[in-house]
Design a protein around this ligand. Sequence first.
Ligand SMILES: Cc1cc2nc3c(=O)[nH]c(=O)nc-3n(C[C@H](O)[C@H](O)[C@H](O)COP(=O)(O)O)c2cc1C
Length: 260
Amino acid sequence: MKVDSPLYTLAFATLVCVVCALFVSAASVLLKDRQEVNRLLYLRKNVLQAAGLTEPGQRLSTEQALTLFNRRIQPRLVDLRSGEYVSGRDVESYQQRAARSDPEISRAADDNPAGVRRIPHLAKVYLVEDKGSVSHVVIPVEGLGLYGTLYGFLALERDTRTIAGIAFYENRETPGLGGEVDNPRWRALWPGRQAFDDQWQPAIQLVKGQVGGPAENPYEVDALSGATITSNAVTELLRFWLSGQGFGPYLEKARSRGVF
Ligand SMILES: Cc1cc2nc3c(=O)[nH]c(=O)nc-3n(C[C@H](O)[C@H](O)[C@H](O)COP(=O)(O)O)c2cc1C
């Protein structure tokens, strides 16, 4: 076959494509376990950030993060319908995202501005231990942003009202605009704000402009500039998961018990 013939060019291009496809597939299969380990580690680092156990922007090695997580965080499963803890199930292996697409173990959500379609019966919460007692709880939150679903964690203090921290670990918003949900400087505005008002209605919201500190303005946080849609999405998703459809029953029970 002539080197400059169309057939040669086609055969060569096909060969390059097949070899590259083989490399990519092999890498994907061989690295699957490591990807899963890294995904879990990243989630745990975000739980630690939300819980305020790491400074905004602080970087931890794998070993430091795992040691801190294992020492201070206790993951539990909660039945969102009753608000009770569920025992006798392996918390680690429970896949909350997969559960919401299974009609046997999830239910349809009422129409809501957070864009949440289905709610899993069981949700993972993370209890934060401090000197032998539980000081905070970290709850998972999610909702529709401008370009996709935002996933994050909200940490609440023992009064179930005061926000200890927030962390968004996955979003499809534009970097520099809605993507600023993971900016440590913005996250630093959250600790000390109040999630619920005096009637225990979800009250936290993002507003345009500079709202001042938690003492001055407990229910409001600065919106992200140039990203009103993402900011509104954050307000709505937090309010959804704090409501009766989300962690409301669980938080109410923790409140009346006096402990998480
Ligand atoms: C390329 C591009 C990317 C954008 N990304 C976002 C985004 O991630 N989140 C968001 O809320 N708005 C985003 N916007 C802006 C929205 O379209 C809308 O103008 C904005 O939310 C209004 O916010 P403002 O009132 O603070 O200006 C983007 C706009 C453009 C042109």
